[in-house]
Design a protein around this ligand. Structure first.
Ligand SMILES: Nc1ncnc2c1ncn2[C@@H]1O[C@H](COP(=O)(O)OP(=O)(O)OP(=O)(O)O)[C@@H](O)[C@H]1O
Ligand SMILES: [Mg+2]
Length: 1025
């Protein structure tokens, strides 16, 4: 961090009273230079603000910056005009005392800018309301209008105010701006008709020509080109790159509307502006008698229309002079020079009076309609004075004389008020007043304004006296009257040496700020400011409402001579002084750093000149007469209390005692300070700087300590918050868990209780006591069943159902499985199963080898067509072969075994031996089929024997006896005709003979004819039996 001391080296002190070497002009300028280099354009001399025009935009006028200065003590923030503005505003509010801010400085030093910035500051920071917004707008917008009519480009400033301005802003009891009033001083009217090289006429003329709509210009009879107008070309710089007239025109037009001008008023006003331009173009030529005649009729026509006067009357008035002597009117013609003078005088008068009218109009729009209560003033006033500073040119004339006189008056006021306030402060603080040596400029003011003996009086006298009064006679009169005055000098009065620097037509005044030499040329004319009577009359008859108000008829009848310009100015100044005296003043002293309007250029010679003419050194001397620094005890203690262990961190006693302890601890020597009633006064800046430096060091350690304490506090606070949060969350969560657990337990208890009750009542009909239990049992049975449903129709497993559930479910399940199974079955398989079922019906439990046949599938046929002789097939041509199987046929007599084929058709069973059909048994003849109950494969087809064709029953053996018989029984529809016999079977062997087959069980199959002539079949015993 940059220490306060090194910073001070770099940027200087922010208050000149803290300059060690306060009497040195060089030190003063050096301090200004350092600060200017760092873009610090503001510096105080106590409560006076010195401002150096930066000629560039600085980032110090932002809204944030305005907020920074709002309500903050003067010394807490860096110097700024906002601090001055805020300080005045606060005094106005708290003490309800009128304030004024006096802004002075050379042309181009930044006075008008400062005024605008102060107004903006109030517009932003003061309380607002709908009505206040309108006033704020009007206050701000009065600037572009007055600047358009009252400002012009000069060599020193592109926007130079050519009039003095004092503006009152009224604030109501809440501190809101509610109204305003403007006083204008000494408009430089001569500019209307003449401009020096490089300068322009008032902005409004150029704005109108550049920005005015074509229609408007046509109505006003104007051309866009400023070169066309004599009053605009004198300075040879109608157009300047740094000024955008078109844009300014728009701003000015908008401002006129905000202020409350209606369209016709604007038109009237602009008609006057145009009429001045036309007047400038009125030309004269001399007739034979040398009398002036108007040569530009066209201009007269326009003028008549624009000024709403009779053209011929105007023409005559321009070339004649009317005098009233002893009640008689005398009209005499004018020569060329006089006519031009009259014309210019008219232009100046018209413009000057219109400007005053404009100020009045603005005032009406700003006027606050105060509710008046006796003895109570509802508003307080803050005045802003933006007035020309000292002017010292190569040639100084009447205007500079007036301006410099004004500055003398302001300086007088300043000295009086500053000294007075200093003295008052010392007095009120009980500190002995040490007289200050200063230059009292009253002597110069008197020289100018004193009755009878003063310069103005002499000038007036010279203007009024009959006879041939000239500027020279005026100078002579002056020399005569004030020759002994120490501040007055002329060529004649000067000594040999100084005489060289003075012309014969000049006089020199030693102003408080320095010597200025004035040329008397034009003094009388300018002071007289004469407008010939007939021109006045013409104007009084104008139907242009503004002109009509500007030229009052009473002027014509008034016998008294009008006041001269100087007297008018003197009187208005004295009024201004009264106004300012009644208020608490603040000062802003503006300076310009160079003549080239350039940024970052600090011209020391120019600055020194201004320091001198603004009387800043004098200022500083007065301010530093006694003590460099003073502060209220509270403020001082508050700032430095950390430097003393007894006052840090708090001092409980009176601030006075606290400061006494503090300065003792700091080791102040008695001559270095004084204790007033409410303030401490420090004599030398170095004492204060030492204290400041000590504070800077102390701040470091304090900051570290505060940082540590704060961090600790902050962390602990954070920890405690977190802890508290954790506990809250924890207890909430525990509560939730506990409640959940309790609810669960309660539920469990109820469930168990219901369960036990249900169990006890389980055999009762459904009732509230057991319904839960029963439902539960049913539910758990169903859930169990869902998991353990039988997988297929053969799976007979089934969970034990609760008593309330009958077998219905099981049946349904089985039906469903069967149904599903059946739906999936193919026709072939169906047939197979049907056959199997039939086989089962026939054989199951009746024949020993039936069980072995069950797993073996029945086959459509055991013999393919290729295995059957074609002849047989041919013989069967019409009959479809349903089944064929190789069989063994036993002869009916000898029981000889012979290999045969058994073919089954739709209508008969056929026994075939190779190609021969050995026997065809129509099913209608098949009376039955016999088979043993044992495991043999023998069977007998019983045939109806009445038919001789039939050979008798057929004894056959098939390896697939069950299959063969089942198929035969189905085809022949003899299912119920199959006899399963035990022991033996009788059969018919043809022609009434009978055979017997005996069946016995044995170890292995044996078929043989027994001795008794029977066929004995030994069937092997099967394990399954
Ligand atoms: N604070 C500022 N910041 C930036 N530029 C500034 C500032 N003050 C003044 N200027 C510049 O300087 C110019 C002249 O300022 P301003 O018109 O206020 O001078 P003035 O003192 O009113 O002169 P005059 O007596 O001729 O009216 C401005 O147009 C602007 O360009
Ligand atoms: Mg100005």
């Amino acid at each position: 961090m940059e220490s306060a001391l090194t910073a001070r080296d770099r940027v200087g002190v922010q208050d000149f009273v803290l300059l060690e070497n306060f009497t040195s002009e060089a030190a003063f300028i050096e301090n200004l230079r350092k600060r200017f280099k760092e873009n610090l354009i503001y510096t105080y001399i106590g409560s006076v603000l010195v401002s150096v025009n930066p000629y560039k935009e600085l980032e110090i006028y932002t809204k944030q910056n305005m907020e920074r200065y709002r309500g903050v003590s003067f010394y807490e923030v860096s110097p700024h005009l906002y601090a001055i503005a805020d300080n005045s505003y606060r005094s106005l509010r708290t003490e309800r005392k009128d304030q004024c801010i006096l802004i002075s400085g050379e042309s181009g030093a930044g006075k008008t800018e400062a005024t605008k910035k102060i107004l903006q500051y109030y517009a932003v920071t003061c309380p607002a309301s709908q009505q206040v917004e309108t006033v704020k707008d009007r206050l701000l917008q009065s600037n572009p209008v007055l600047e358009a009519f009252g400002n012009a480009k000069t060599l020193r400033n592109d926007n130079s105010s050519r009039f003095g301005k004092y503006m009152d802003v009224q604030f109501d009891y809440r501190g809101a701006p509610v109204g305003g009033h403007i006083l204008n001083y000494l408009l430089e009217k001569s500019r209307v008709v003449h401009q020096n090289h490089g300068e322009r006429n008032f902005h409004i003329f150029y704005q109108l020509l550049e920005g005015g709509e074509e229609d408007l210009l046509r109505r006003l009879g104007l051309e866009k080109n400023p070169q066309q107008y004599h009053y605009l070309v004198k300075g040879h710089c109608a157009r300047v790159s740094s000024i955008n007239d078109k844009n300014e025109w728009k701003i000015m037009r908008r401002a006129l509307s905000v202020i409350g001008f209606n369209d016709s008023e604007v038109e009237d006003l602009l008609s006057i502006v145009a009429s001045v331009l036309h007047l400038g173009n009125v030309q004269f030529a001399a007739d034979e008698q040398g009398n002036a005649q108007v040569t530009t009729e066209n201009q007269i026509k326009y003028l008549a229309r624009l000024l709403a006067v009779d053209g011929s009357v105007l023409r005559d008035a321009l070339i004649h002079k009317k005098i009233i002597a002893k009640g008689e009117e005398l009209v005499s013609p004018l020569n060329l020079e006089q006519a031009a003078y009259a014309r210019d005088a008219l232009a100046k008068a018209v413009y000057g009076r219109t400007f005053s009218w404009l100020v009045n109009k603005v005032n009406k729009s700003l006027a606050y309609k105060e509710e008046k209560f006796p003895g109570w003033r509802s508003t307080t006033v803050l005045g802003l004075l933006d007035i020309y500073g000292f002017e010292v040119f190569q040639h100084n004339s009447f205007e500079q004389f007036c301006i410099n006189y004004c500055n003398e008056k302001l300086q007088q006021l300043f000295i009086e008020l500053t000294l007075k306030s200093e003295q008052e402060e010392y007095e009120s603080e009980g500190i002995a007043w040490e007289p200050v040596q200063y230059f009292n400029n009253k002597i110069i003011c008197d020289l100018v304004e004193e009755k009878f003996k003063g310069i103005i009086s002499i000038l007036d006298e010279e203007c009024l006296r009959p006879g041939d009064a000239t500027d020279t006679t005026f100078l002579e009169k002056l020399e005569e009257t004030v020759k002994n005055h120490p501040h007055f000098l002329t060529h004649k009065l000067a000594d040999q040496k100084t005489r060289k620097s003075l012309g014969r037509e000049e006089f020199r005044l030693s102003h408080y700020a320095g010597d200025v030499t004035y040329s008397v040329a034009g003094f009388l004319d300018k002071n007289n400011d004469l407008l010939f009577r007939n021109l006045k009359e013409t104007m009084c008859n104008s139907e242009n409402p503004i002109i009509n108000q500007c030229f009052d008829r009473t002027e014509l009848t008034d016998k008294k001579r009008p006041e001269t310009a100087a007297t008018q100015f003197k009187n208005s100044l004295s009024k201004l002084m009264e106004i300012l005296m009644s208020k608490e003043p603040s000062y802003i002293r503006c300076m310009k750093p160079n003549d080239a309007k350039q940024a970052d250029r600090f011209d020391e010679v120019l600055i020194r000149h201004q320091v001198k003419y603004l009387g800043l050194m004098e200022n500083l001397r007065v301010r530093r007469a006694g003590f460099a620094y003073r502060r209220k005890y509270e403020v001082f203690l508050q700032r430095y209390k950390s430097l003393c262990p007894e006052t840090w961190p708090t001092w409980d006693g009176r601030p006075y005692d606290g400061v006494a302890v503090l300065v003792k601890h700091l080791g102040y020597k008695p001559e270095e300070y004084k204790m007033g009633r409410t303030k401490i006064f420090i004599r030398f800046p170095k004492t204060l700087f030492a204290t400041e430096d000590a504070l800077e060091v102390r701040k470091q350690s304090l900051a570290t300590k505060m940082q540590a304490t704060w961090r600790g506090f902050y962390r602990r606070k954070k920890f405690l918050t977190m802890k508290h949060s954790a506990i809250t969350i924890q207890s909430w969560w525990r509560g939730t868990l506990g409640r959940r657990k309790a609810a669960k337990r309660k539920w469990a208890v109820e469930t168990i209780r219901r369960f036990i009750k249900g169990f006890i009542y389980r055999n009762h009909p459904r009732c509230p006591e057991n319904e839960y239990f029963l439902d539960y049992i049913r539910f758990s049975f169903l859930m169990n069943l869902k998991r353990n449903l039988p997988k297929n129709v053969l799976d007979k497993s089934w969970p034990t159902p609760p008593p309330s559930l009958c077998e219905l479910l099981r049946r349904l399940c089985m039906q469903n499985m069967v149904w599903t199974y059946c739906k999936r079955i193919s026709p072939e398989w169906k047939q197979q199963l049907e056959q199997k079922v039939i086989a089962s019906e026939i054989f199951k439990g009746k024949k020993d080898n039936y069980p072995q046949s069950v797993p073996r599938l029945f086959i459509n046929t055991r013999l393919g067509r290729e295995e059957i002789n074609t002849k047989v097939l041919q013989a069967l041509e019409n009959e479809a072969l349903k089944y064929a199987v190789p069989v063994v046929k036993y002869d009916r007599r000898g029981y000889k075994a012979r290999a045969r084929q058994l073919l089954l058709t739709q209508s008969s069973a056929i026994v075939v031996e190779d190609s021969k059909i050995k026997q065809r048994i129509d099913y209608s003849n098949l009376t039955g089929i016999s088979v043993s109950s044992l495991s043999d494969n023998l069977f007998v087809l019983h045939v109806h024997c009445e038919d001789n064709k039939q050979k008798g029953d057929v004894v056959l053996q098939s390896d697939h006896v069950i299959e063969t018989l089942t198929k035969t029984a189905i085809l022949a529809n003899k299912i119920n005709n199959i006899n399963i016999n035990q022991g033996s079977i009788k059969f018919t062997a043809g022609q009434g003979k009978e055979g017997i087959i005996d069946f016995i069980s044995g170890s292995e199959l044996l078929i043989a004819k027994a001795k008794n002539g029977h066929l004995t079949v030994v069937a092997p015993r099967l394990n399954s039996r």
